[in-house]
Design a binder for this molecule. Structure first.
Ligand SMILES: Cc1cc2nc3c(=O)[nH]c(=O)nc-3n(C[C@H](O)[C@H](O)[C@H](O)COP(=O)(O)OP(=O)(O)OC[C@H]3O[C@@H](n4cnc5c(N)ncnc54)[C@H](O)[C@@H]3O)c2cc1C
Length: 368
């Protein structure tokens, strides 16, 4: 990211959190730049939500392949059609999630990747294109939006042409554990994975089915809330990076101009006349965002229906507090520190939960 004037900051792999920043005490000149740009140490000005919409893409294919209503993909389309730059998270063939900046194509950004995503040098790339007077759309986790805003502020960059979208987030798992998980499934199935989906659209993204596939087909599919190690680790919040459990950004005030999430509470306070699945919750936090969204609605990219904000606040805990530390985490960490693999550490710490899930599933089948 090149914010340190003497390159004293380097990245190292930590067994629990994955990639973390380390400051070399020998090189450090105490300028405080790393501290000032860090989204954990220094918080930016947060924005209060003005309007809450239920929203979705007017294109059925976009909506089907996106995690919820496909608003992010439509924002990308709208920005690309205006000749602007877009940034988001894509998964490479080594199963590393990376934030990148592009000016063509958006489909690789679609859908959730439930893992830590690496910023690489995207901040400096965004700095460059903003200096050239281009418009940029950035979609990422709230801590990433915050980091970007702080970086640009410190560099004195004019951000009039930047629109930031943050996602409601319950936490991320470090990159290496996802890789270990994929390798273990490849070994078991004797297949080589070329892609992963955390909410595969072929099963309906609202069902959170994790799949692995090769060039021919899906060869592995794990339902949520059963016995799959990654599914249980992610959705029960056992294996997040340490700072996710103290996340400052799990609150009502937001870093993005727009905040996107799954609108599970839609229709709880006032009649909702549409299908309740695959709806994005769209929180509008700035005038710029209001103008962009309403122009997109007029131009037929998206549908928006204004909702009482309490429909989201009453349902979505991650707009109030970070994910609580589950009781099983202690055992999980102990297993990891004793050298167990990610899969085996999860299986041993989540045994009881897995049994409960299986019993529930049997009763659910009988009840049908
Ligand atoms: C790690 C994570 C946790 C989430 N937790 C919640 C939650 O607790 N509650 C809730 O309501 N919604 C949550 N969401 C948001 C939700 O899954 C949808 O992304 C959101 O509803 C927008 O849906 P969409 O259909 O408009 O766009 P999508 O098709 O989901 O695309 C949204 C954008 O997400 C970006 N993205 C995907 N994965 C990552 C990643 N790892 N790092 C950075 N950016 C990424 C993509 O680049 C894309 O721009 C989470 C998303 C992520 C990635």
């Amino acid at each position: 990211m090149n914010i340190c004037p003497v390159n004293a900051v380097a990245f190292e792999d930590n067994p629990l959190d994955g990639k973390i920043a380390i400051v070399s005490s020998e090189k450090c000149i105490d300028c405080g730049m790393c501290y000032k740009t860090c989204p954990v140490n220094e918080w930016p000005e947060m924005q209060k939500t003005k309007i809450c919409y239920a929203g979705w893409s007017m294109n059925n294919d976009v909506r089907k392949k996106s995690a919820s209503g496909g608003i992010a993909a439509e924002l990308y389309k709208y920005y690309l059609n205006k000749g602007c730059w877009i940034a988001g998270c894509e998964m490479d063939e080594q199963f590393s999630a990376k934030i990148s900046l592009r000016n063509t194509g958006y489909s690789f950004f679609q859908n959730s990747k439930y893992v830590y995503s690496d910023m690489g040098d995207t901040f400096t790339q965004i700095e460059r294109v903003l200096k050239e007077k281009n418009e940029v759309l950035f979609v990422g986790l709230p801590c990433q939006v915050s980091g970007l805003r702080k970086y640009l502020q410190i560099k004195g960059i004019n951000t009039e042409n930047l629109l930031c979208v943050d996602l409601i987030c319950h936490g991320v798992i470090q990159a290496q554990w996802l890789k270990d998980y994929v390798r273990s499934k490849e070994k078991k199935t004797k297949k080589k994975a070329s892609h992963i989906a955390f909410r595969d659209y072929r099963f309906g993204t609202q069902n959170f089915v994790l799949t692995l596939g090769d060039d021919e087909d899906i060869f592995f599919a794990a339902p949520v809330n059963r016995t799959d190690e990654y599914q249980i680790a992610y959705h029960r919040g056992v294996a997040y990076r340490n700072n996710c459990y103290n996340c400052f950004y799990a609150q009502e005030n937001r870093t993005g101009d727009i905040t996107l999430g799954d609108f599970t509470g839609v229709g709880t306070e006032r009649e909702f006349l549409y299908e309740k699945q695959k709806i994005s919750c769209v929180l509008v936090n700035s005038k710029k965002a209001f103008d962009v969204l309403n122009e997109m609605k007029r131009e037929g990219y998206i549908f928006l229906d204004e909702r009482p904000i309490s429909e989201e606040y009453n349902r979505e805990q991650r707009l109030h507090t970070p994910t609580p530390v589950p009781s099983e985490r202690k055992r999980f960490l102990m297993n990891i520190s004793r050298g167990k693999s990610f899969g085996s550490a999860i299986r041993s710490s989540m045994k009881l939960r897995m049994i409960k899930n299986e019993i529930k599933a049997v009763f659910a089948i009988r009840g049908n």
